[in-house]
Ligand binder design. Structure first.
Ligand code: PGA
Length: 253
């Protein structure tokens, strides 16, 4: 099954208006000169989504948000709904990032509601899952990942998933640490994720869902990771804040 790869940049809580628009504009210009195979998604902080869209107009870059609230609107001070994002329009949203799970106590049940909200607004989802260091060391990785998948995707109509959902496997111990999963470790885990997805949905549906790897992806490790059969792209944090680092990752597809 041929799946179009995605390279998504997660800027997290970084940049200012000026540095965000400069960065996305430089990336757009650099990409426009190349024949880029992958779908490129940039996820800036909320206030810079619209300015970044303007700064990257006429390029293939798509914009994504880093989170949403599961309600459409209402008394949720400081939150942003899928409907608001769709009205920009913003095409993607990251849901269930381990930093949201950790600092905002997001459970699988909350993440499930957010996924449903994004689906209802036709925003593409990058659904993050991943195990901690202790969970890997105690042999719990596959249990943790299957629970995150089963509870996160509970009650969803499986036929709509391949066109709206991507999974990002991000081992927590590899995020921002410089410790990257080996290509073999990553491939083995992605294969497990695909098998779990086929149990939840069907082999046909699971074959179409893109599974990205995230966690310390850099120019020097991207090619080997991205050449694994079940790795369909990357969710890039730190390295997405520099065109000099992100471009070679994009080109390694
Ligand atoms: P990193 O972050 O590339 O800086 O490790 C990845 C992520 O958290 O999405």
């Amino acid at each position: 099954m041929k799946r179009r790869p995605i390279i998504a940049g997660n800027w997290k809580m970084n940049t200012t208006l000026n540095s965000a628009t400069t960065l996305v504009n430089e990336l757009a210009q650099a990409i426009n000169k190349k024949h880029v195979q992958a779908e490129i998604v940039i996820c800036p902080p909320f206030p810079f989504l619209l300015p970044c869209q303007t700064a990257s107009a006429n390029s293939v870059i798509k914009l994504g948000a880093q989170d949403i609230h599961f309600e459409k609107n209402g008394a949720y001070t400081g939150d942003i709904s899928a409907e608001m994002l769709a009205s920009i329009p913003c095409q993607y949203v990251i849901i269930g990032h381990s930093e949201r799970r950790k600092y905002h106590h997001e459970t699988n049940a909350i993440i499930n509601k957010k996924i449903k909200a994004a689906l209802g607004s036709r925003i593409q989802i990058i659904f993050c899952i991943g195990e901690s260091n202790t969970e890997r060391e105690t042999g719990e990785t596959f249990n943790v990942l299957s629970t995150q998948l089963i509870e996160g995707l509970k009650g969803l109509e499986s036929q709509v998933l391949p066109t709206t959902l991507s999974i990002a496997y991000e081992p927590i111990w590899a995020i921002g640490t410089g410790k990257v999963a080996t290509p073999t470790q990553a491939q083995e885990t992605h294969e497990f994720i695909r098998t779990t997805l086929s149990n939840i949905t069907s082999t046909e549906v699971a074959d179409k869902i893109r599974i990205l790897y995230g966690g310390s992806v850099k120019p020097d490790n991207a090619k080997e990771l991205l050449s694994q059969p079940d790795i369909d792209g990357a969710l890039v944090g730190g390295a997405s804040l520099s065109v000099a680092q992100l471009l070679p990752i994009i080109e390694s597809i």
